[in-house]
Design a protein around this ligand. Structure first.
Ligand SMILES: O=c1ccn([C@H]2C[C@H](O)[C@@H](COP(=O)(O)OP(=O)(O)OP(=O)(O)O)O2)c(=O)[nH]1
Ligand SMILES: [Mg+2]
Length: 141
C-alpha cells in the first residue's frame, strides 16, 4: 500500500525478471546526508501485508556498499508478516565520505522468505552429536 503523500515515490520494484529482491525507494521529504559513521532510518513510503508463512528481509544493495560503504545496519532487516507500519531502512555509512540520499533513490532491496512455523518445546536433555558444544572455530581455521 502506498502511503499518503508519496504518490511520486515508486513502489518496490524488481529491476530484472528473475531478481531476488524488490528495490526500495527513499521517501525522504528532502535530501538526507549520511556522514561517515552515521546511521539513519529512511522511510520508503509504503506498507504491506503478507501471508503469515512469509517474512521480508531488507538487504543492502551491493553497489551502494561497494562504491560508497552504504549498508543496512541490521542486516538483514526483518519485516514480520503481521507488521502494518511503514517499511523503513536503517542505513549506515561505513565509507569515508558523506553520502546524500535523494527522494526516490533506490537504497536497499526486499527479499521474501518462507518461515517454517516452529513450536519450541522445553527439554532437560539434548541428543548427542559429534560436535557437541564445540563452536566458534572448533573445527580449525
Ligand atoms: O529494517 C527494518 C526492520 C524492522 N522494521 C519494522 C518491521 C518489523 O516487523 C518491525 C520490528 O522489527 P524487529 O523485530 O527487527 O525489531 P525489534 O527491535 O524486535 O522491535 P519489535 O519489538 O517491534 O519487534 O519493525 C522495518 O521497517 N525495517
Ligand atoms: Mg521484534
Amino acid at each position: 500500500m502506498r502511503l499518503p503523500g508519496h504518490e511520486d515515490v515508486q513502489l518496490p520494484q524488481k529491476m530484472s525478471a528473475a531478481a531476488s529482491g524488490f528495490d526500495l525507494h527513499a521517501a525522504v521529504s528532502e535530501p538526507v546526508v549520511l556522514n561517515p559513521g552515521e546511521r539513519k532510518l529512511i522511510p520508503t513510503g509504503f506498507a504491506l501485508s503478507m501471508p503469515s508463512e512469509l517474512e521480508a528481509q531488507i538487504r543492502p544493495r551491493s553497489g551502494l556498499a561497494f562504491k560508497h560503504g552504504i549498508t543496512t545496519l541490521n542486516s538483514p532487516g526483518t519485516i514480520d508478516a503481521d507488521y502494518r507500519g511503514e517499511v523503513k531502512v536503517l542505513l549506515i555509512n561505513h565509507g569515508q565520505e558523506p553520502f546524500e540520499i535523494q527522494r526516490g533513490e533506490r537504497i536497499a532491496q526486499m527479499v521474501f522468505q518462507l518461515v517454517p512455523h516452529i513450536q519450541l518445546t522445553q527439554v532437560d536433555e539434548l541428543s548427542d552429536t559429534e560436535r557437541g558444544a564445540g563452536g566458534f572455530g572448533h573445527t580449525g581455521r
